[in-house]
Design a protein around this ligand. Structure first.
Ligand SMILES: NC(=O)c1ccc[n+]([C@@H]2O[C@H](COP(=O)([O-])OP(=O)(O)OC[C@H]3O[C@@H](n4cnc5c(N)ncnc54)[C@H](OP(=O)(O)O)[C@@H]3O)[C@@H](O)[C@H]2O)c1
Length: 263
């Protein structure tokens, strides 16, 4: 498989790292206007080709991953239009809030490659992304190829397009939401007397443990909470104080606020 990654920023860099770490056999060319990010990637993965030319990267690729900001996307699609029309690759947009119809409009009426909207998160860098994916006109092989690439970055859910934004809020914005919770835990731990380094280690390991427990047991979070909540004990006092501060309601309100508005 020969692929192109257009844009080597946070997401382009993370997805390149995820794919190169697990699938070194994939022939990959990464393009970016400035050379610093490309240099870092090729130092880490010397077998990857890099270029400042998007057309050079995309030429002959069966999958083109567009990892640029949403407002840059129309210009890049325009630049790659002839290659897409000629080669009919799987065109994968990672731009948040850009749907299949938006992509179709950018392509123009005569250019009809298979279109994918794929929303990974920054944990692709460590092979732990949660990626939501939807497509139009993808052949079985193209869907299998794109799934394989993002499987290398973590877990993939193929969903109907109407679910992509909910997935993006849960998993991509969700990384920031989880980080904010972890930051609050660290603040609390230091106030209670742990040194910052100990607090950091304890919070990371506790969150990893909580996620691993749910994954291994398939339990509902509330059942896992029950298992550590003694009647009249300390944990329930802590949980009730958090809820009286609006913890669960704030999380749900934050997720609702992050959802893109209907066009
Ligand atoms: N961050 C997330 O958690 C996340 C999650 C899911 C999806 N996304 C989506 O991923 C996309 C990229 O976001 P990001 O966070 O990776 O942004 P970013 O860090 O700013 O990276 C964008 C990259 O695109 C490069 N670029 C600019 N113009 C270009 C052009 N004409 N051709 C090729 N490359 C160009 C930039 O180059 P320079 O080095 O010159 O700046 C930069 O390296 C966005 O559409 C975003 O919605 C992000």
């Amino acid at each position: 498989m020969k692929i192109a990654i257009i844009g080597a920023g946070n997401m382009g860099g993370a997805v390149t790292t995820g794919i190169a770490s697990v699938l070194p056999e994939v022939k990959m060319t990464v393009s970016n206007p400035s050379e610093g990010k490309l240099k870092k990637l090729s130092e880490k993965f010397p077998w990857i080709a890099t270029t400042t030319s998007n057309t050079e990267a995309a030429d002959g690729a069966s999958v083109i991953i567009l990892a640029v900001k949403p407002w840059i996307l129309p210009g890049v699609v325009d630049e790659l239009h002839d290659i897409m029309q000629r080669d009919m690759p799987a065109v994968v947009s990672m731009a948040g809030g850009i749907g299949l119809d938006d992509l179709e409009d950018m392509m123009g009426s005569e250019c009809r490659p298979a279109l994918f909207c794929v929303i990974p998160n920054t944990a692709a860098l460590t092979g732990e992304s949660m990626t939501f994916m939807t497509h139009r006109r993808g052949s079985a092989k193209q869907v299998a190829d794109v799934t394989k690439l993002f499987d290398a970055c973590g877990k993939v859910s193929l969903v109907e397009e109407r679910m992509v934004n909910a997935g993006m809020v849960t998993a991509s914005c969700g990384i920031a939401f989880a980080m904010r919770y972890m930051r609050a835990m660290e603040q609390g731990a230091v106030e209670l007397g742990l040194r910052p380094g100990e607090a950091r280690k304890a919070v990371i390991q506790t969150i990893k443990g909580a996620a691993a427990l749910l994954e291994a047991t398939g339990a509902h979070p509330e059942d896992a909470i029950d298992a550590v909540t003694t009647a009249g004990g300390l944990t329930i006092r802590g949980l009730n104080a958090m809820e009286s501060g609006g913890f669960s309601a704030s999380v749900v309100a934050g997720m609702r606020a992050a959802m893109p508005k209907k066009k």
